[in-house]
Design a protein around this ligand. Structure first.
Ligand code: GUN
Ligand code: ZN
Length: 451
C-alpha cells in the first residue's frame, strides 16, 4: 500500500454534478491492490482523520500540491497530432486537405508506433489517464496503439476506423490487388479480430469505429451494428451532427432515416457505451434518442470553435437529459490540455445557448472531464474519481507552477475560485506528475525551458 498527503479533489457520487466537488485541504490518499492486483483507492479523506488508521504506512507528502482524478478524454484521434492547427474553411475541406493525407501514412507500422508513443506521452504529460481515441483504417495503426498503450497499463480505448467510401483508396485501406476480399467485409473481419486480441487485455478496450455515416456504406454500418450486438461490452465511437454541410451530406446518403443521428440508431449503433463526438445540431427527438438508448455525447469545444462547427447546446442536453462529457478532439481540437478544453467549454456555455445566460460553473466543467466523462463511458466508479474502489489514476497539480498561477490561486477565497483560476490559467505546466494505477510517470520540470 502507498499513501499520499496533499490537498485532494474528488467528486461525490450522490450529488448534482454542478455541486459535486469534495476537497480536503490537507488530505490523505491511500492506495493498494484490489483482488485483480490493480492499484485502487483504499481510503481517502482528511489527513487528520485517516492517518492513525495506517500507522505503519510511509506517507509521501506533496506539500502545496493538489491531487486530483486523472482526466478522461472522451474523443480524439491519435493519428492527428500532426494536423492540429491546420486552417480550413470548415470540417469537410479540413478532412480532405489535411487529415486524410496524414492518415494515409499510418499504413506503416513504424510511423504508427512513433505517433502512438508521442500521443500517449502527451496524454500523460497533460494529465489524461483514460482516453477514447480513433486510429486509422489500417490495422497496423490499431496494433501499434494497443501495443504502446499496453506498456503503460493505461485505460485506453481505440478501434479500426471504418470507412469504405468517399476518400482515396489508401486512406480507406482499400485492397487494390484483384482477388482480395471485399474491403468492407475485410474491415469488419479485422475489427472482430482486433476485438478478440485486445478488448479487456489489462485495462485496454476496443471501440467499433465507423468514422461517420458519410464515409461508410450501408453494408459497413450494418456490419458494425451486428458486431456491436455480438460484443455488447465493447465501445462504439463515431461523429454526429458536427457541421451543416456534413449533415446535408448524411441526409442525402441515408434519406430513409429520420435524422442524421437516427441513421446510427437504424443500424443498431446507438446504445450504452456508444460515444458520438460533437452532437451540435440535434433536435429534441435526437436528444431523446440519445437519452433512451444510453448513448453519450463527446463535447469537443476547442474543435468546434476552431473549425467553426457551432456550439454544443448544454441547455438542450440538460433539458432532455442525456449523458455527455468533454473531449479534446485532437487534431480538429487545438490542444491536448484538459484545462484548455474546460475553458473553451466555459465560453461555449455562455455563447450560442438556447437558454440565455447559462454559465457552466468550475465544478461542473471539471466533472465533465473526469467523473462525468467516466460515467458517459460506462466506467463510473472505476476512473475519473478518487472515491474508494476507483483505480488509482491521478494527477498532482502545482498551483504555483507559474508566477501568475501562484499569485491568482493564493487569492482564491473558496473552492470554486480555486478551480476556476486553474481552469482559466492552467495548462501542462500545472501538471507536475501523472500517476497511473500501475506506474508513475513524472514530468521533469527541467524538461521545459519555460519553467
Ligand atoms: N468527421 C469525420 N471524421 C472526422 C475527424 O477526423 N475529425 C472531426 N472533427 N470530424 C470528423
Ligand atoms: Zn473526431
Amino acid at each position: 500500500m502507498k499513501a499520499y498527503r496533499a490537498a485532494i479533489l474528488r467528486f461525490a457520487t450522490d450529488r448534482e454534478p454542478r455541486h459535486a466537488a469534495m476537497y480536503d485541504e490537507d488530505g490523505l490518499l491511500v492506495v493498494g491492490p484490489n483482488a485483480q492486483g490493480l492499484q485502487v483507492v483504499q481510503a481517502v479523506g482528511p489527513y487528520r482523520a485517516l492517518h492513525a488508521r495506517y500507522p505503519d504506512l510511509a506517507v509521501t507528502h506533496w506539500s502545496g500540491r493538489i491531487i486530483a482524478p486523472g482526466f478522461v478524454d472522451l474523443h480524439s484521434h491519435y493519428p492527428q497530432a500532426n494536423v492540429i492547427g491546420s486552417p480550413a474553411e470548415s470540417l469537410l475541406p479540413w478532412l480532405e486537405n489535411y487529415t486524410f493525407p496524414e492518415e494515409k501514412r499510418f499504413s506503416s507500422p513504424q510511423y504508427s508506433t512513433e505517433a502512438a508513443q508521442f500521443f500517449i506521452a502527451e496524454l500523460l504529460r497533460q494529465g489524461v489517464t483514460t482516453a477514447l481515441t480513433f486510429a486509422t483504417s489500417h490495422p497496423a495503426s490499431v496494433q501499434a496503439f494497443f501495443t504502446e498503450a499496453h506498456k503503460h497499463r493505461m485505460r485506453l480505448i481505440t478501434g479500426l476506423c471504418l470507412m469504405d467510401r468517399h476518400a482515396a483508396a489508401d486512406v480507406l485501406n482499400q485492397p487494390t490487388a484483384p482477388g482480395k476480399l471485399d474491403a468492407t467485409e475485410q474491415s469488419l473481419l479485422d475489427s472482430e479480430a482486433l476485438i478478440r486480441q485486445w478488448h479487456g487485455v489489462d485495462r485496454l478496450g476496443y471501440a467499433i469505429t465507423p468514422r461517420f455515416a458519410p464515409s461508410c456504406s450501408d453494408a459497413q454500418l450494418r456490419g458494425s451494428g451486428e458486431l456491436a450486438a455480438m460484443y455488447p461490452d465493447v465501445w462504439i465511437q463515431s461523429h454526429a451532427a458536427e457541421n451543416k454541410a456534413e449533415i446535408a451530406w448524411a441526409r442525402a446518403l441515408f434519406p430513409a432515416s429520420r435524422s442524421y443521428l437516427a441513421t446510427y440508431a437504424d443500424f443498431g449503433l446507438l446504445r450504452e457505451r456508444a460515444i458520438y463526438a460533437h452532437c451540435i445540431h440535434l433536435d429534441d427527438a435526437d436528444r431523446a434518442l440519445m437519452r433512451d438508448t444510453g448513448a453519450a455525447a463527446a463535447v469537443c469545444p476547442t474543435s468546434n470553435l476552431f473549425l467553426g462547427s457551432g456550439f454544443f447546446d448544454y441547455a438542450g442536453a440538460d433539458r432532455v437529459g442525456f449523458p455527455y462529457g468533454l473531449a479534446s478532439d485532437v487534431g480538429g481540437g487545438t490542444s491536448f490540455s484538459p484545462f484548455h478544453t474546460m475553458l473553451a467549454a466555459y465560453y461555449v456555455g455562455r455563447e450560442g445557448q438556447t437558454k440565455p445566460g447559462l454559465s457552466l460553473g468550475p465544478q461542473h466543467l471539471w466533472w465533465q472531464h473526469t467523473a462525468g466523462a467516466a460515467q458517459a463511458l460506462g466506467l463510473k466508479g472505476l476512473v475519473g474519481n478518487l472515491q474508494p474502489g476507483c483505480e488509482a489514476d491521478f494527477v498532482v497539480l502545482n498551483p504555483q507552477a507559474t508566477p501568475l498561477l501562484a499569485r491568482r490561486t493564493a487569492l482564491a477565497a473558496n473552492l470554486d475560485e480555486l478551480l476556476f483560476s486553474m481552469i482559466v490559467l492552467g495548462d501542462d505546466r500545472l501538471v507536475e506528475r501523472t500517476v497511473i494505477s500501475q506506474a508513475i510517470e513524472s514530468c521533469d520540470p527541467m524538461m521545459f525551458s519555460f519553467r
